[in-house]
Design a protein around this ligand. Structure first.
Ligand SMILES: Cc1cc2nc3c(=O)[nH]c(=O)nc-3n(C[C@H](O)[C@H](O)[C@H](O)COP(=O)(O)O)c2cc1C
Length: 393
């Protein structure tokens, strides 16, 4: 797999920074407010040390896990991301294709630039769908029907954007609503002719899942749609319970940080949670997901599958998450930066390969042959390290 001499997600992000117009890079990388939550996400991961364990036969070690009745090649997947085709037309499709080929899940966003019907035959049964319930129940029901018809069995319902975030980078660049690109933004786009050329050749990125009869909503119309429909402060547990009743397969609530919310999700019959602060893009003062994860695991025991996202960047982070109580993780930004850094043809497969290899390397250092063996024994400091006397595995 050609990696273009980039060997980790940090190097991919650095290359993406050069290749993308500043406003697009900022839209992806940026967070809410002063971006304290973004920094905290990384800092809290880096504080967790993993205790290696030597001389345990790991010659048959593998990275496979089972979640929601399906075996995947590794315990990570692609998080839902709206407007991904801003990186390059075809980004959603390339990510879905690579996820299918590598056998990891790809989550299509409600706000994706490619429709459910286009992505379904590409991702096949590696497709998960993310729903913003929004203010309009009929729109949500229609999206769920389409996801079902496309063969989706895992639905992620995002509940952590009751109001739109204040993202200072987007405001500064004029990428907020109403759309008023600053002069600096316009000049900077002109300095990225390769990006401009690719963008000009493709369709204008719009919210392809919302077709109004005249084609998908585009430009300002969909930006306004996002702010009106997707961030809905009136949402409550009754709506989520109704969605639970209507969705016949695996239902996952995305954007949980509070253990009390985790207990509520369990009560209404959710199958899993995404413990997430939306990558630091919503509440800047929020805790990081990795620091609240143990409390959430304690609150809901083994009854719910816990998926973690926000700040996962390495195989070590995947192992840190599983050792802290997660069953699975999602990554967002690194996948978009991989496309920007290495292109549609190589970027998505290269990052999946790289993360899987990193994770397997970590797993073996920890003396585990199976991701299911990861647990609090591997955290240092934190919980005690049991000696597992007399046990060879
Ligand atoms: C550009 C971008 C768009 C996103 N769009 C959505 C979305 O449409 N729906 C959603 O639930 N989360 C969305 N997210 C959040 C991601 O699903 C995920 O929670 C977050 O990116 C994880 O953090 P990470 O980027 O640090 O890995 C988006 C994130 C980014 C970076």
């Amino acid at each position: 797999m050609p990696t273009g001499r980039v060997f980790n997600t940090a190097q991919m992000a650095a290359r993406a920074r050069k290749r993308l117009p500043r406003a697009i890079f900022d839209f992806i990388e940026g967070g809410a407010g002063s971006e304290i939550a973004v920094a905290r996400n990384r800092a809290r991961f880096e504080q967790i040390a993993l205790m290696p364990q030597a001389l345990r036969d790991c010659s048959a070690a593998h990275s496979e896990v089972t979640i929601f009745g399906r075996r995947y090649a590794a315990p990570f997947g692609i998080a839902p991301m709206g407007f991904a085709d801003l990186v390059c037309p075809g980004t959603d499709r390339a990510l879905a294709q690579a996820a299918r080929a590598a056998n990891v899940p790809y989550t299509l966003s409600t706000a994706a630039t490619t429709s459910i019907e286009t992505i379904a035959p590409i991702a096949q049964d590696n497709l998960w769908f993310q729903l913003y319930p929004g203010s309009d129940e009929a729109i949500a029901a229609g999206l769920m029907q389409r996801a079902l018809a496309a063969g989706v069995t895992t639905l992620l319902v995002t509940i952590d954007i009751p109001v739109p975030a204040r993202r200072v980078r987007d405001l500064t660049n004029g990428l907020a609503i109403p759309l008023r690109p600053s002069l600096r933004t316009v000049l900077d786009v002109a300095r990225h002719p390769a990006w401009l050329l690719r963008a000009a050749r493709g369709d204008r990125p719009g919210m392809a899942n919302f077709v109004d009869g005249k084609g998908s909503l585009s430009g300002l119309a969909h930006a306004e749609f996002v702010s009106r429909q997707l961030s809905f402060p009136g949402l409550d547990w009754r709506r989520i319970e109704a969605i639970r009743k209507a969705w016949p397969y695996h239902l996952v609530i995305k954007g949980i940080l509070n253990p009390q919310d985790a207990v509520m999700a369990e009560r209404i019959g959710a199958d899993g949670l995404v413990v997430s602060n939306h990558g630091g893009r919503q509440l800047d003062a929020a805790p990081s997901s990795i620091e609240v994860l143990p409390a959430i695991r304690e609150a809901c025991g083994d009854r719910l599958k816990l998926i973690l996202d926000s700040g996962v960047r390495t195989g070590d982070d995947i192992a840190r998450s599983l050792a802290s109580g997660a069953d699975f993780v999602l990554l967002g930004r690194p996948f978009l930066f991989a496309v920007a850094a290495l292109g549609l043809a190589h970027g998505p497969a290269a990052i999946i390969d790289m993360l899987r290899a990193e994770f397997l390397n970590t797993l073996i250092h920890l003396g585990c042959a199976d991701p299911a063996e990861l647990g609090s024994d591997h955290l240092w400091p934190g919980r005690h390290l049991s000696l597992r006397q007399g046990s060879n595995r």
